[in-house]
Design a binder for this molecule. Structure first.
Ligand code: NAD
Ligand code: UGA
Length: 460
């Protein structure tokens, strides 16, 4: 079995950066180089000030600080890094297609294919190529085809090694994974990757399967997780009309060890770069095999999530006497969950868009998301002109400023700091009645009612 000495990872994003940082931290004798076409991103990974890393994750600065310059490198020299590596991870983005066949559902594999062609063109010695990106089942077949037919006659072994980290807890998830999954055909190649992980992950938690099971398991894991959120969100609506409390229901069912307590937190809707994309992809694959019932079943998870976001926005409008025109609504949070600066598919974007259609004045505060990102997210929807987005939305870096003079506060992300605010002081500065719409069930109902707020939470 070949001992891996040099690893290259193509793609220095939310997955490539943290994953390789931990691999380098735990394997000081392996040289790990992370490459990307995006020069600004690489410059940020190399920034001396660890607060400027392009990905915000608790604990990541310490890991990068330990390994960077020792055996962890960030570079834009993609060809050189490919050429030197024994093992190449592909960790580029695989967004939903926005054009052509499968538009709006299928995964866009153009970045993956470009990587494969580049590896094939550059490699002069045998390589193990590892799919780290989330891919449709049977992508490895296409990769193998490209590598073998466009290369320099060297041998490529393809492995699937999907990533299960969640943002906001990436470092702890990587340090202590429930499992590492490796799919492949070649025993020696599988064993080489097992050894990399065995530096810190107990062997019994490293699962090996065939390629297709590994590729498919990643999509299925995300589909099951998202399905739990949509299931509890569906129940949240039922709780609101029946007087049940969704947190109490979640606790009651979660104590059944067959159901389990995790991922049962009702919310304004799941976001993030992957749940929707991966389920759409699963639906597309099922449809492409004519499995209509299977496709319809999983599609419902997305439809329920869309419904939850719309429902939250409509609840705000309806409660505020059916008009929010010109009303100041303070958004607490824009990221798709706490402890990340990532806003991809965040529920906040869609709730804001709905309220802006009604000419609300939205003032956003998020502890980690900069103003440019918020405007970019809204402009990307194309619902109104960039000028109108800037006319209707203000972004501030002080929560008390966001809430001062507001008709309503809406909690979109469950940042811990929101709980510790001086809500008595906030109440003084807000218009009356002072509405709070809690899309995360984060705040203390009793306390807010005592202070005189009109408090509404999902699922109560
Ligand atoms: P990302 O967009 O943050 O990063 C991808 C990077 O790849 C970008 O910086 C881009 O510039 C770079 N890139 C694209 N094509 C390239 C090329 N040809 N050469 C060099 N660099 C190139 O994406 P991400 O969130 O890190 O996700 C990557 C993959 O991992 C996706 O398939 C995603 O589904 C999967 N995944 C993501 C998460 C997550 O939490 N974000 C978790 C598990 C799996
Ligand atoms: C998710 C999975 O948890 C990871 O295992 C997977 O690797 C990753 O997707 C991926 O493939 O990208 P992530 O999206 O980072 O991770 O974060 P989650 O903690 O799963 O949260 C996703 C969304 O669901 C967030 O908007 C969160 O607020 C919401 N959520 C989660 C709820 O509304 N309720 C819950 O009980 C749990």
């Amino acid at each position: 079995m070949k001992q891996i000495k040099k690893i290259t990872c193509i793609g220095a994003g939310y997955v490539g950066g943290p994953t390789m940082a931990v691999i380098a931290q735990k394997n000081p004798n392996v040289e790990v180089t992370v490459v990307d076409l995006n020069q600004a991103r690489i410059a940020a990974w190399n920034d001396e000030n660890l607060e400027n890393l392009p990905v915000y994750e608790p604990g990541l600065d310490a890991v990068v600080g330990e390994a960077r310059g020792r055996n962890l490198f960030f570079s834009t020299e993609v060809d050189k890094a490919i050429n030197e590596a024994d093992m190449i991870f592909i960790s580029v983005n695989t967004p939903t297609k926005t054009y052509g066949k499968g538009k709006g559902q299928a995964a866009d594999l153009k970045f993956i294919e470009l990587c494969a062609r580049q590896i094939a063109a550059v490699a002069k010695e045998d390589k193990i190529v590892v799919e780290k990106s989330t891919l449709p089942v049977r992508t490895a077949e296409a990769l193998k085809n490209i590598l073998e037919n466009t290369g320099n006659g060297v041998n490529f072994h393809i492995l699937s090694n999907p990533e299960f980290l969640a943002e906001g807890t990436a470092v702890t998830d990587l340090h202590n994974p429930d499992r590492v999954l490796i799919g492949g055909e070649d025993e020696a190649a599988i064993e080489a990757l097992v050894q990399v992980y065995e530096a810190w992950v107990p062997r019994e938690r490293i699962l090996t399967t065939n390629l297709w099971s590994s590729e498919l398991s990643k999509l299925v894991a995300n589909a099951f997780l998202a399905q739990r959120v949509s299931s509890i969100n569906a129940i949240s609506e039922l709780c609101e009309v029946t007087g049940a409390n969704v947190d109490e229901v979640a606790r009651a069912i979660g104590q059944d060890s067959r159901i389990g307590p995790k991922f049962l937190k009702a919310s304004v809707g799941f976001g993030g770069s992957c749940f929707q994309k991966d389920i759409l992809n699963l639906v597309y694959i099922a449809r492409s095999y004519n499995l209509t019932s299977v496709a319809d079943y999983w599609e419902q998870v997305i439809l329920m999530n869309d419904h939850q976001k719309t429902r939250f926005a409509e609840k705000i409008i309806q409660t505020m006497y059916n008009t929010v025109n010109g009303k100041h609504i303070a958004f607490l949070g824009w990221a798709f969950k706490k402890d990340t600066n990532d806003t991809r598919e965040s529920a906040a974007i869609y709730v804001a868009d709905h309220l802006l259609d009604e000419e609300a004045q939205v003032v956003v505060y998020d502890p980690k998301v900069p103003a440019e990102q918020i405007y970019k997210d809204l402009d990307y929807l194309g619902t109104r002109s960039p000028e109108n987005n800037r006319r209707l939305v203000k972004v501030v870096d002080n929560p008390y400023e966001a809430l001062d003079g507001a008709h309503a506060a809406a909690v979109l992300t469950e940042w811990d700091e929101f709980k510790g605010y001086d809500w008595a002081k906030i109440k003084e500065g807000m218009k009356r009645p002072s509405f709070v719409f809690d899309g995360r069930k984060l705040l203390d109902r009793k306390e807010l009612n005592r202070l005189g707020f009109a408090y509404y939470a999902i699922g109560e």
